[in-house]
Write a protein that binds this ligand. Structure first.
Ligand code: NAD
Ligand code: UDP
Ligand code: UDP
Length: 320
């Protein structure tokens, strides 16, 4: 890339699951990438192949504290995404989303950088409509155990739009639906990593509740493409915009598929359903198709195969 086209890009949460894929991709395009992470759920291991890269830098930093760096673009991904991790220290989760957003917006304001927020389908809560469109305002319990994440992510969206209204910032808000793929931590607690590790180890797959609840899973390569496309849209386009794969599946069917694809003989067991667990989730991605020319291209079947082989080969999660 000609140096005049090279951007300085800050990725907060860059050592996490989605962030590490994004950093790798942006470096491949020839940009300079600064990864800022406090390693709460992310790890240096996710970036092992990048540490020697001359255009890559990692800084250990908690974004609830001010950060003074120079940058052209900010992808604000820092925040634990798995319910187990975001409920571990709920007050910190709210601080990361809210105080972290204020700091990153302050940074964008000072540097004139474009800033993209990794929001979430959780802003829709336990939705009464299906699929969920961006103009649906959601149904969130403000005092439940998921609120530290859901409400804080909603507040972060508010802050993004107020910084735009008040200070004219070039903002982009992506509502990310469940994403999976290589580099999820085996102990992350999310459903696909749990099921894959359990199936490969011949342990029972733990379904929370009846297993009739649904999710729609997007392969991480598709997600990274969507986030980058969003960042490249014209200044007048802000979102919020759904990014996800509309292929919806129940947790019971997901468990069966993973057992089959892993060639496992593991059983299925049921555990108590978590409080406020959304019963359904499916993105309407008309806006993404129209505004970004984007839709997910990797089917769940194909993505699961890639993910299972990665856990088997790279994480060494073999059969017991
Ligand atoms: P992840 O937990 O793997 O990554 C989050 C990263 O943020 C980790 O590296 C973690 O160490 C870092 N982090 C946490 N608190 C921080 C702080 N205070 N300062 C600096 N770094 C901090 O999660 P992920 O799946 O990669 O998710 C990335 C983003 O996308 C999150 O904002 C999440 O809310 C959003 N998102 C993800 C999904 C999904 O299914 N993966 C769905 C919706 C939204
Ligand atoms: N901030 C930051 N880096 C910067 C500029 C600002 O972390 O390069 C933080 C700053 O500490 C402040 C927050 O961003 O707490 C919001 O900044 P803003 O300029 O919007 O508000 P103010 O400084 O007036 O409170
Ligand atoms: N889930 C499950 N077994 C697990 C982990 C999760 O049945 O081992 C369920 C969980 O209750 C939820 C769905 O799978 O209904 C997706 O959970 P995840 O934590 O991956 O994401 P989120 O709830 O944030 O969509």
């Amino acid at each position: 890339m000609h140096y005049s086209l090279r951007k300085k890009i800050l990725v907060t949460g860059g050592a996490g699951f989605i962030g590490s894929h994004l950093c790798r991709d942006l470096l491949k395009e020839g940009h300079e990438v600064l990864c800022v992470d406090n390693f709460f759920t992310g790890s240096r291991d996710n970036l092992r192949d990048l540490v020697q890269h001359p255009l890559f830098e990692i800084v250990r930093h908690d974004i609830t504290q001010p950060l003074h760096v120079e940058t052209d673009e900010i992808y604000n991904l820092a925040c634990p995404a798995s319910p187990v991790h975001y409920q571990f220290d709920p007050v910190q989760t709210t601080k990361v989303c809210v105080n972290g957003a204020i700091n990153m917006l302050g940074l964008a304001k000072r540097t004139g950088a474009r800033i993209l927020q990794a929001s979430t389908s959780e802003v829709y809560g336990d939705p009464e409509v299906r699929p969920q469109r961006e103009d649906y305002w959601g149904r969130v319990n403000p005092v439940g155990p998921r609120a530290c994440y859901d409400e804080a992510k909603r507040c972060a969206e508010t802050l993004f739009f107020d910084y735009r209204r008040q200070h004219g910032l070039p903002i982009k808000v992506a509502r990310i639906f469940n994403t999976y793929g290589p580099r999820m931590q085996p102990n992350d607690g999310r459903v696909i990593s749990n099921f894959v590790v359990q199936a490969l180890q011949g342990q029972p797959l733990t379904i929370y509740g009846s297993g009739e609840q649904t999710r729609s899973f997007c392969y991480v390569d598709d997600m990274v493409k969507g986030l980058k496309r969003l960042m490249q849209t014209g200044e007048d386009f802000t979102g919020p915009i759904n990014l996800g794969n509309p292929q919806e599946i129940s947790m019971l069917e997901l468990a069966r598929q993973i057992i089959r694809k892993a060639g496992s003989s593991a059983r299925i067991v049921h555990r108590e359903a978590p409080e406020d667990d959304p019963k359904q989730r499916q993105p309407d991605i008309c806006m993404a198709t129209e505004k970004l020319g984007w839709s997910a291209t990797v089917s769940l079947e194909e993505g699961l195969e890639k993910t299972i082989s990665w856990f088997r080969e790279w994480r060494g999660v073999g059969y017991v």
